[in-house]
Write a protein that binds this ligand. Sequence first.
Ligand code: GTP
Length: 249
Amino acid sequence: MEGPAADSGGGGYNEALLHKTILVGDSGVGKTSLLVQFDQGKFIPGSFSATVGIGFTVMLLGDSGVGKTCFLLQFKDGAFLSGTFIATVGIDFRNKVVAVDGVKVKLQIWDTAGQERFRSVTHAYYRDAQALLLLYDITSKMSFDNIRAWLTEIHEYAQKDVVIMLLGNKADVSSERAVRTEDGASLAREYGVPFMETSAKTGMNVELAFLAVAKELKQRAVQPLDEPRFQIHDYIESQKKKSSCCAFA
Ligand SMILES: Nc1nc2c(ncn2[C@@H]2O[C@H](COP(=O)(O)OP(=O)(O)OP(=O)(O)O)[C@@H](O)[C@H]2O)c(=O)[nH]1
């Protein structure tokens, strides 16, 4: 069985093997347990809760090494993978349910390989994503300079109304900073997308990034007519922690 993902353990990679498997069946037959058993190798007894009816796909994009996998693992497990860098192969995914204004929202998060050689594989998934988190590394000017090329690809392959957020990751490494916060903010303004700096290491703004897109997508899906529209830019500005401030250990 393969997820939308190829094996991320390195070694040979066969594009022809990439396919999707969908689990279908009545509520309670064990679809989620089967997936958890496959993903984590364990069975969680007594944990049945009907899978939430509202779910979205979020995709992580950006150059290889900017921290996409760490960003996802920090959000999913609250842990940081330090040490050896193992580049993602093709595409991998994780699920996480978040509460948005009392409603459970399931996010399926796709972690893509930043390496050029996997680009044709990841392009195929753009159109299924409702939100894209586009990361650069604040210690790598090149990863920032490549953001325009990423945005061009996004406009070519993604849905027209996809939610895009620009994230300057590794904000904890201020001594090696190569991209000013103002430059990130100004590029984001130019493209009309929300922006913040993050750290997959300390967790700074990681949850906020996912929560903001979950709120925006949920609002779009089930917006009560009498409620004012959710403003993602304002929400982020009011909630985000600044890297110049006291957010680091
Ligand atoms: N200091 C610091 N290091 C980070 C952070 N995020 C990731 N790293 C490190 O950066 C390296 C690359 O991280 P990954 O998450 O594997 O990068 P990626 O973007 O998924 O790379 P690809 O899978 O090749 O696209 C690893 O050595 C991480 O430990 C961060 O916020 N701060």
